[in-house]
Design a protein around this ligand. Structure first.
Ligand SMILES: Cc1cc2nc3c(=O)[nH]c(=O)nc-3n(C[C@H](O)[C@H](O)[C@H](O)COP(=O)(O)OP(=O)(O)OC[C@H]3O[C@@H](n4cnc5c(N)ncnc54)[C@H](O)[C@@H]3O)c2cc1C
Length: 452
């Protein structure tokens, strides 16, 4: 029996998960990673005395692939939930508002609560209520999140409630973001109901709810004390003996020998690599845009802040015009950031900027970026002192932007590659979801197909 030789390009979570399953099954695995560390977007480093996630700090608990991997790696007993499922706050005109009761994935289902929230004007509430009576909106094969919700609920609700919720999680301009690919649950409701509010009211038990099937509160996100990077460390331990190469960028496929090839890189790289073997696939891959993010994580003394909100997330909608898009109050969100011994009198906040098409932040030098983000943050929370510690991280190709038509484009890419280069598989965030469990699943599914 000869051993199956598999080459993997890209050492982010998708490539590492494929390598893990294939190595365990006895394949001869070689993984090439261009940079000098594994993990891709998963990365932790020190802010003051704490090791703090700079990429993902958690993953959605409802998607099974994240927990399954942690179980396989013996990390599941350490998974932790946010301290409390506290609602996020939305910043408008210098004030912070709690999203109205009944808001699901940014969409208000309780119009009385919307009116009482103070976030939306009475005209805006009246316009949102029109959704209940308007004829259905034609969306064909796909529509942008902005186009669909502006038609159903009007501009005000779309800009101040839906944009921060859906736009921020995809680091995208909602006016160019695919409803179908970014929010499959909403897509299903939008295509099978005339009114989105009525559709959501009916589906609410299962959508965006913290109530599990057993009727008990289930966590929405899972995190890991010590940082999500620990998953990468465990994968690397399990991969001992495999041929894992750092500082090994692959520029073309000609030099590689393999029975199977898995490409787990962002699509600008994948497109270049596929040019010689699947030109049609490569052309479609090159059309997928990326958004860049820049983050400043700051540690303040508690006494420096006028107030500490009872939430872990402050959203700054794009229409407000600032550079800051959201602030994650890490020490409100995770016990492991709140209670590191000796640091209880400090708070840790991650300030994030960047959306597709908005490259204002990434080009700023560290000092200017830090002061711009803190200055935007100060419009919501009064800060009287400079941070004790800060860390700047830039992600130039942070997240793929799923433009309308993305799902069809992905089907076409995968069909072209299957026809032109059946021994090649494409995995990672660019295709069927950017969240960690989806990326984990895409790498493991590719391994399973090879092993089958
Ligand atoms: C700031 C930030 C916060 C996030 N927060 C969350 C969160 O809280 N929860 C969640 O579920 N998801 C989150 N995500 C999304 C998630 O982290 C990513 O979608 C996921 O980690 C991407 O994994 P990947 O393996 O597809 O790609 P990547 O992590 O991008 O890995 C690709 C790898 O390919 C390498 N590479 C590139 N070119 C070459 C080449 N020529 N040769 C060899 N190697 C190459 C790169 O160096 C990189 O290591 C976040 C993302 C970011 C950026």
């Amino acid at each position: 029996m000869t051993t199956t030789k598999v080459v993997i390009i890209g050492g982010g979570i998708a490539g590492l998960c494929a390598a893990y399953d294939l190595h365990k099954a006895g394949c001869d695995v070689t993984l090439h990673e261009a940079s000098s560390r594994f993990g891709g977007k998963i990365y932790s480093s020190k802010v003051g005395h704490r090791i703090v996630d700079a990429g993902p700090d958690s993953f959605p608990a409802r998607l099974p692939q994240g927990r399954q991997l942690c179980e396989d790696l013996g990390l599941d007993s350490e998974l932790t939930s946010p301290i409390a499922p506290i609602p996020s706050l939305i910043h408008r005109d210098g004030k912070l508002f709690t999203p109205p009761k009944g808001t699901v994935l940014g969409i208000p289902t309780d119009l009385e609560a919307l009116a009482e929230s103070g976030l939306i004007s009475s005209d805006g509430v009246a316009r949102a209520a029109e959704d209940l009576n308007l004829p259905s909106t034609t969306i064909g094969d796909d529509a942008s999140v902005g186009t669909y919700f502006r038609a159903r609920l009007g501009d005000e609700v779309t800009d101040w409630l839906i944009e921060p919720t859906i736009g921020a999680s995809h680091a995208s301009d909602i006016n160019r973001l695919s409803l179908r690919a970014s929010s499959p649950v909403l897509w299903d409701i939008a295509t099978s109901n005339r009114s989105i509010i009525k559709g959501l009211r009916e589906a609410r038990g299962g959508v965006g709810s913290t109530q599990g099937s057993a009727g008990v509160n289930e966590p929405v996100f899972s995190g890991l004390p010590g940082g999500i990077y620990r998953i990468v460390e465990r994968l690397l331990e399990e991969l001992s003996g495999a041929d894992l190469r750092l500082d090994s960028p692959i520029e073309d496929l000609e030099s590689l020998e393999y029975d199977h090839l898995i490409i787990a890189t962002p699509t600008p790289v994948t497109a270049r690599l596929m040019q010689s073997v699947s030109p049609d696939g490569a052309k479609l891959l090159a059309d997928i845009e990326y958004s860049s993010l820049a983050q400043v994580t700051v540690e303040f003394s508690k006494s420096a802040l006028s107030s500490i909100p009872e939430t872990s997330m402050l959203f700054f909608p794009a229409i407000g015009g600032g550079v800051l898009s959201n602030a994650t109050w890490l020490s409100n969100k995770w016990a492991h950031y709140a209670e590191t011994s000796g640091h209880r009198d400090t708070v840790l906040i991650r300030l994030t900027s960047g959306r597709s098409g908005d490259g204002r932040a990434i080009g700023l030098d560290d000092d200017t970026l830090t002061s711009r983000l803190i200055s935007d943050f100060r419009t919501a929370i009064q800060v009287d002192q400079e941070p004790l510690n800060s860390r700047v991280v830039r992600w130039p190709e942070a997240l793929p932007h799923y433009a309308p038509g993305h799902a069809t484009r992905v089907e076409q890419i995968l069909a072209s590659v299957a026809k032109d280069a059946p021994q090649v598989q494409l995995v990672g965030a660019a295709y069927e979801g950017t969240q960690l469990p989806v990326c984990i699943g895409s790498g493991r599914d590719a391994a399973a197909r090879i092993l089958a």
